[in-house]
Design a protein around this ligand. Sequence first.
Ligand SMILES: Cc1cc2nc3c(=O)[nH]c(=O)nc-3n(C[C@H](O)[C@H](O)[C@H](O)COP(=O)(O)OP(=O)(O)OC[C@H]3O[C@@H](n4cnc5c(N)ncnc54)[C@H](O)[C@@H]3O)c2cc1C
Length: 364
Amino acid sequence: MIGLAIAWRAAQRGMKVTLLEREDFGAGTSRVAAGMIAPISEARPTEQPLLRFALASSRAYPEFVAEVAEASGRDPGYLATGTLAVARDRDEAEALERELAMRQSLGLPVRRRLASEARTLEPGLAPALRLALEISDDHAIDPRMLVPALAAAAERAGVELRVGAAAQALSVTGRRVDGVVLAGGERVAAEQVLIAAGVWSGQLRGVPEEAQVPLRPVKGQIMRLHDPAGAGLLTRALRIPGAYIVPRGDGRYVLGATVEERGFDTTVTAGPLFELLRDAIELLPGLSELVLDELIAGLRPTTPDNAPMIGPGALAGLQWATGHYRHGILLAPATAELAVRCLLGEEPPPALSPARFASVAVSC
Ligand SMILES: Cc1cc2nc3c(=O)[nH]c(=O)nc-3n(C[C@H](O)[C@H](O)[C@H](O)COP(=O)(O)OP(=O)(O)OC[C@H]3O[C@@H](n4cnc5c(N)ncnc54)[C@H](O)[C@@H]3O)c2cc1C
């Protein structure tokens, strides 16, 4: 997602871009993601620079997807769903009240809803509901539709798209990056190399120790289901403590997701998925009738402060755009804009710069 969005925007700004993808587009974490565009639901008071960036990206989404649709001739799968966060019992309701107060103190638009009001909005919800927050500005997109649409837009804008092209090492002369060496030995020359390889971004050889960025995988298990009866069980994205359900608008749903520190493990395990289903069905009983289409796990590329790293690295000609953690889909439009400005020589905000991590010294 991130690499394609940047490649497209860079080509629009007149740059000559080659995009190297070792498998196929969407082979990485982006095809696993639920696709929530939910800066308000995910807001943390300790992550204000990230929140500002995320809000800007969310606001940019309608125009971004309209442009992608126009440029690609494909539907990018955007759905203005709105979001409902719900509580089942007194403890959860108290926690939700605190979430409401925190969001209000940050000036974010959130509306408190009684259980009866929430059930009028979403009749599929169980009577067990205690309280809800309506977050009308948090929406969703289907990343499996956006990724191919972005690839088509990028290709039409002149990006050379190379799938099956695994970058193996940076080509560095002196302290300047001048290209990439592929797994087969071919060298692709470039004035600048931008690494947007998600959670695998730290694995490219030839990056000196002091130029590396701190990244770790955070595993997420998720499932895809569909309703043979069609759309209607749920129209808004639904958040419950520890889980969410995202409707695609056509009877398909995504139920996610676990957050696990297990290194590069992508196995699918019974226990966490059982817990997701149990909690979701308690609040949305109709979910138990859905057909299970897919169980899958992905790896969120995560930095020590959960914000992405966008901009120049510690070698001349080296740029990064990675570490998007839980928000790579949400942050794609704003990341693409910022990364392109950095490729043109601008500095990123310090809170998003790779240089904020001690071992990275920026070199333009
Ligand atoms: C369960 C789950 C749910 C999520 N839900 C959401 C959500 O609702 N909203 C949201 O905003 N985010 C969500 N995320 C996070 C989001 O998926 C990621 O932040 C985002 O996909 C990262 O995108 P990316 O382009 O950086 O990485 P990726 O999508 O992983 O892309 C990296 C690409 O680089 C390629 N690559 C790797 N190494 C090389 C190499 N050496 N040479 C060439 N190519 C290479 C890979 O094949 C891959 O295609 C979720 C993540 C998970 C796991």
